[in-house]
Design a protein around this ligand. Structure first.
Ligand SMILES: *[C@@H]1O[C@H](CO)[C@@H](O)[C@H](O)[C@H]1NC(C)=O
Ligand SMILES: *[C@@H]1O[C@H](CO)[C@@H](O)[C@H](O)[C@H]1NC(C)=O
Ligand SMILES: *[C@@H]1O[C@H](CO)[C@@H](O)[C@H](O)[C@H]1NC(C)=O
Ligand SMILES: *[C@@H]1O[C@H](CO)[C@@H](O)[C@H](O)[C@H]1NC(C)=O
Ligand SMILES: *[C@@H]1O[C@H](CO)[C@@H](O)[C@H](O)[C@H]1NC(C)=O
Ligand SMILES: *[C@@H]1O[C@H](CO)[C@@H](O)[C@H](O)[C@H]1NC(C)=O
Ligand SMILES: *[C@@H]1O[C@H](CO)[C@@H](O)[C@H](O)[C@H]1NC(C)=O
Ligand SMILES: *[C@@H]1O[C@H](CO)[C@@H](O)[C@H](O)[C@H]1NC(C)=O
Ligand SMILES: *[C@@H]1O[C@H](CO)[C@@H](O)[C@H](O)[C@H]1NC(C)=O
Ligand SMILES: *[C@@H]1O[C@H](CO)[C@@H](O)[C@H](O)[C@H]1NC(C)=O
Ligand SMILES: *[C@@H]1O[C@H](CO)[C@@H](O)[C@H](O)[C@H]1NC(C)=O
Ligand SMILES: *[C@@H]1O[C@H](CO)[C@@H](O)[C@H](O)[C@H]1NC(C)=O
Length: 336
């Protein structure tokens, strides 16, 4: 049994990987090759459709705009301070960042964006901005302004989605498993080197993904209402769901972390089926593990989180709920 299961897991992972990761850089990405990268969305708020990138994805960015969410402003005063937090940014703060960055993307003619952030915010901020910003411009999150600026100004950084790079100089993409799949490095000569020639985004964020076509309003950079999407671990979830959370109107969604590869959810789902939650519930793998969670082993009402980490799933749900997209079917459709 476990061998077959492992085989299936591997197959699922690879089928996911072909859509969602850079292992096959060319097959699916022809549309991104610079002919019309700007026509992805028509955001209701004139959001972030990347309309300011005039197909000039190979021109060198002459300047970058710098935003600071953590730490000190660079002394030469070229940066905009948003806030000074050492911890992880919460959803309110994430939306504040997206409003500011979006404004800059709309107004500035060239150049990329550098966002100074604490390392603990890399995962959430980069995944959040991957959803909310639909742009070909370079958006680089970093805790080292020099390294981040290097990446943002590199002529090959455009079209790769939101990137983050720390003091280790390894460049990661915000739409992939966090710190899992490097897309490039910054050399000791302070130049960026890319592992893949073709810029690309994972399947969920590609130009004609459901997210970009049907749910283009997810690029609305403002927070409509306070949404709470807690993360809970699997233990005791049946009783939690059937009691407190099931009736709670303040919960916008729920992320359940399943640390067992195969869990006997049949019993759980039947015992709690009397109170199928009124909010979307997404099941994910524990953090720090690259794998794929499928529908096979979760209750019928739940959404399978694929490769998403708990924090990524929490952000995806938060954005969906913020846009009044709450039905499990709509959220399942976001997965490639
Ligand atoms: C775009 O793709 C087409 C074929 O898929 C290719 O002929 C063309 O050179 C590409 N353009 C760029 C700018 O890479
Ligand atoms: C964007 O797409 C719409 C519909 O597909 C099309 O009518 C319009 O001409 C496109 N605009 C540009 C600038 O390509
Ligand atoms: C959206 O952009 C168009 C053209 O740039 C402009 O005419 C319109 O007023 C904008 N709408 C909003 C809500 O900003
Ligand atoms: C976009 O590019 C076209 C042709 O390359 C140019 O004529 C036009 O002025 C550009 N628009 C902007 C806003 O840069
Ligand atoms: C940000 O916070 C850190 C430590 O909390 C502090 O040392 C620093 O001066 C603050 N920066 C600004 C611009 O307030
Ligand atoms: C987010 O953090 C800010 C600053 O710490 C706080 O004022 C705000 O209430 C928080 N929002 C939520 C939804 O937790
Ligand atoms: C501002 O300072 C940072 C680091 O101190 C430097 O990388 C950047 O080039 C400077 N910007 C300008 C406009 O001087
Ligand atoms: C970076 O861009 C230059 C031209 O702008 C190109 O010659 C080079 O091959 C690119 N390198 C990578 C790794 O994409
Ligand atoms: C995306 O668009 C391309 C070309 O328009 C098409 O070949 C491809 O099948 C589309 N992908 C999806 C997932 O719809
Ligand atoms: C799973 O649940 C079924 C009935 O709901 C039960 O018969 C079976 O023994 C359970 N399996 C395990 C491994 O607990
Ligand atoms: C966002 O778009 C989806 C799909 O079109 C729609 O169901 C939803 O109501 C929209 N949300 C808002 C707040 O308009
Ligand atoms: C989204 O839902 C909130 C709360 O239920 C409601 O106030 C708001 O009007 C809705 N927005 C749209 C566009 O449906």
């Amino acid at each position: 049994m476990s061998i077959i299961y492992r085989l299936i897991t591997v197959l699922l992972f690879w089928s996911a990987a072909t859509n969602a990761s850079p292992f096959y850089p060319y097959a699916k990405r022809q549309i991104d090759n610079a002919t019309s990268p700007t026509n992805g969305t028509s955001s209701p708020t004139n959001g972030t459709s990347g309309g300011s990138n005039n197909g000039s994805s190979s021109s060198t960015s002459s300047s970058v705009e710098i935003f600071v969410t953590s730490g000190n402003l660079p002394s030469n005063g070229s940066a905009k301070a948003l806030f000074n937090t050492t911890g992880t940014l919460n959803i309110t703060q994430l939306y504040k960042v997206s409003e500011a960055v979006n404004q800059s993307l709309q107004s500035s003619s060239g150049g990329g964006i550098v966002i100074l952030a604490d390392k603990s915010s890399f995962e959430s901020l980069s995944f959040f901005l991957s959803i909310v910003l639909n742009t070909e411009k370079a958006v680089v999150i970093t805790n080292d302004i020099e390294i981040g600026t290097t990446v943002a100004m590199d002529s090959n950084s455009t079209g790769r989605g939101v990137l983050y790079v720390g003091k280790s100089k390894v460049i990661f993409a915000g739409d992939l498993p966090p710190f899992g799949v490097p897309v490039g490095v910054v050399g000791d000569n302070l130049e960026a080197y890319w592992f893949y020639d073709e810029p690309q985004k994972s399947g969920m964020f590609s130009m004609n993904s459901t997210l970009r076509t049907t749910y283009s309003n997810f690029t609305n950079p403002t927070l409509n209402s306070e949404v709470a999407v807690p993360i809970v671990y699997e233990q005791g979830i049946a009783s939690i769901l059937s009691s407190s959370l099931g009736n709670s109107s303040s919960i916008g969604g729920l992320v359940i972390v399943s640390d067992k590869v195969v869990s006997n959810v049949t019993t759980q789902s039947t015992s709690s089926s009397s109170s199928t939650p009124t909010f979307p519930v997404i099941w994910v793998n524990p953090p720090g593990k690259i794998s794929w969670l499928s529908e096979a082993n979760i209750p019928g009402y739940a959404i399978a989180g694929g490769y998403l980490t708990p924090v990524q799933a929490q952000i995806l749900l938060g954005v969906a709920v913020n846009n009044n997209v709450t039905s499990p079917e709509s959220i399942r459709a976001l997965f490639p």
